[in-house]
Design a protein around this ligand. Sequence first.
Ligand code: BGC
Length: 252
Amino acid sequence: MDILGIDIGGTGIKGAIVNTATGELKSDRYRELTPQPAKPDAVCDVVNDVATHFNWAGPVGCTFPAIVHHGVVFSAANVHKSWINTDCKGLLEKRLRGPVVVLNDADAAGVAEAKFGAGRGQDGLVIMLTLGTGIGSALLFHGELIPNAELGHMELRGKDAEWRVSDRVRQEKKLSWKKYAKRLNEYLGRLEFLFSPDLFIIGGGASKYHDKFLPRLKTRTRIVPAQLLNEAGIVGAALAAERAVQQGAALE
Ligand code: BGC
């Protein structure tokens, strides 16, 4: 099935038509800048621009970088606070005049990696982490998503983990790879103790440099870089929308 996948990020909003059977993009990626301030109406306008660019009338899957429960946004760590309690799915469906599924950005990336990337065929528990501006997380058990895990907000040394281990913090604090790996080791060790996962997948901006820090990590759990990189959100969003279409449910 062909579905339009859209990835809403802090700096860019990008979309492409996805072949959900293969995970391949059937179009170029089209990107516009995220409006600043990134308030709901302004963001919905840009998402609509992206759909219009593709002349798209079918179902749409869309990521959002916060907790999204049944289409409603319930947090705003790295987005405008006015999103909290906003019915993102409802707003987008009104603007795009069609069915839309909205899910957390890291959840979408996890779904895509589980089906077409680094988590393909993996049984048991997979924890995907996106190390970027914040830390996104996805939990997948036997390939099935457990949504909105928010492990980036787990407390580490009295702070949200994303304030110690995100790629933004690495850059802002000019941490050496050795120091960054040390912080990451502590974080992954905690996650390992709490969840006993079968695989960690590391995505997000930092994963481009995985050869600099993955070899320094000491978890007993296997740990691999993400494979779909900046297409993961778009592909995962499209997969989520496909599933809702197949289930014939209201697209949640
Ligand atoms: C948010 C998550 C999001 C992650 C990556 C975190 O600050 O709480 O919902 O997945 O950033 O964008």
